[in-house]
Ligand binder design. Structure first.
Ligand SMILES: C[S@@+](CC[C@H](N)C(=O)[O-])C[C@H]1O[C@@H](n2cnc3c(N)ncnc32)[C@H](O)[C@@H]1O
Length: 202
């Protein structure tokens, strides 16, 4: 009896393990880069990340999107510190691998997802907080997508403004550790557009 049942059970175990591994590979797969990144990876210092999340008044009920997530530090800190859900998007497969490894190491895989995607092809409407460390021109290019955020959603940007949109706050954060000042911008949806067309002389 044992001799007949054991091989069948062993085969089922191997098949189940194979399926689990295949599932894992599908969920963690990275694709060849669709195109070059619009900006290279430069990490935001962790003390600045903490300030950005504080300025955005993140709570456990938020869904944070980091557009161009690099090594995943912003989404990881959001989940760890506030217990909220977060998604990091990056176009670079190397960054995706690094972020996913960091998410696993930090033990926040139940809250954080990392997706390989071009940020300019994203629907941002599910997010309640969007974090940026890109370039001024890229922030401006994101305006049509940011305009689809639900009222009350917050956007924070490290270093760069968004020409044509009035920020609610501009905070200068003085790092004693690095002897440097960092600027962080905060906007709240709906965006307050500024008319920048040249004025007719009176
Ligand atoms: C300056 S780093 C910021 C990383 C992280 N958000 C932080 O503040 O530490 C910008 C990131 O954006 C990614 N990136 C550039 N263009 C992108 C695009 N079109 N779609 C998705 N990610 C992009 C880069 O690969 C890089 O990791």
């Amino acid at each position: 009896m044992f001799r007949r049942v054991f091989p069948a059970v062993a085969l089922l175990c191997v098949l189940a393990a194979g399926t689990a591994v295949a599932q894992d590979v599908v969920e963690n797969k990275t694709e060849a880069p669709s195109r070059e990144p619009d900006v290279i990876f430069v990490p935001t210092p962790r003390e600045v990340v903490a300030k950005m999340l504080e300025l955005a008044r993140v709570t456990k009920d938020d869904l944070v999107y980091d557009l161009g997530c690099g090594d995943g530090r912003i989404v990881i800190m959001a989940a760890r510190k506030y217990g909220c859900r977060a998604v990091g998007f990056d176009i670079d497969p190397e960054r995706i691998k690094e972020s996913r490894a960091n998410v696993a190491k930090a033990g926040v895989g139940h809250l954080v997802k990392i997706q390989q995607q071009d940020i300019f092809e994203l629907d941002l409407s599910p997010a309640s907080v969007v974090t940026l460390y890109l370039l001024p021109s890229l922030n401006v290019k994101l305006i049509p997508q940011l305009e689809k955020l639900k009222p009350g959603s917050r956007i924070v940007s490290h270093a760069f403004d968004m020409r044509g949109v009035k920020p609610d706050k501009v905070v200068r954060f003085q790092s004693k550790k690095r002897n440097r000042t960092y600027t962080i911008y905060l906007w709240t949806a709906p965006l307050k557009k500024i008319d920048e067309s040249p004025q007719e002389p009176e």
